[in-house]
Design a protein around this ligand. Sequence first.
Ligand SMILES: Nc1ncnc2c1ncn2[C@@H]1O[C@H](COP(=O)(O)OP(=O)(O)OP(=O)(O)O)[C@@H](O)[C@H]1O
Ligand SMILES: [Mg+2]
Length: 235
Amino acid sequence: MKQDDALIQVRSVTKTFAGAGESVTPLKDLDLEIQRGEFVALMGPSGSGKTTLLHLLAGIDTPTSGGIVVAGTDVARLGARALAKWRNQHVGFVFQQYNLVPVLTARENVELPLLLTRLSQAERARKVQVALEAVDLSDRASHLPRQLSGGQQQRVAVARAIVAGPELILADEPTGNLDEKAAYGILNLLKELHARFQQTLVMVTHDPRAAAAAGRVIHLDKGRISGAAQAEVQA
Ligand SMILES: Nc1ncnc2c1ncn2[C@@H]1O[C@H](COP(=O)(O)OP(=O)(O)OP(=O)(O)O)[C@@H](O)[C@H]1O
Ligand SMILES: [Mg+2]
């Protein structure tokens, strides 16, 4: 991996949430680089700003100050429309609560990111099929989310995150809602997809075993990165 091949560059980023009362600053002068193709686990106590950081990387939220460049684009400077388009092309997001649309089938949920592209219906159907196969759910394509187990719903969410071929996958405690067996299944799936498609994967987790699967662990604490232990070996 080339050292200068950074997919993500975070430059002295501060994020302050100003409320009615006290303001909160979960991220303070944060600097961070993530190389293309890396699998990074993001850890830290509750409230340390892990979700906030992921949202900034995805352009779901903007920093109070500082710069965020992802895949050559300064995401903090894009307008809402351009940002939505950019995100759709470059980022796949996996949420702890799956966030599937309840009235759409697994197949339709996975197709959602493709509806904003110029692909034909046949091309979309083919990509959806490939993504559902990648998460081993082709046989559940016509099921609604409520007809699927938690682990299966999260597989659908992973398929939705990868279907458009984004170079960055962001996962916020993707195994947090699952029992041990299902959690292990999702973790293995993410590992396997990362190895197969070589995307950059940033995963928030509280699970030391999940972190052990990553190439690098970043610890967030009190707005800063602490002891960014670099485990070079893939577990
Ligand atoms: N939209 C918001 N408005 C106001 N405060 C917010 C907002 N989002 C997050 N915060 C605050 O910022 C801090 C960091 O929140 P964040 O969700 O990033 O933590 P986290 O590390 O993901 O925690 P957890 O492990 O519990 O998910 C918290 O104090 C939270 O209350
Ligand atoms: Mg969080």
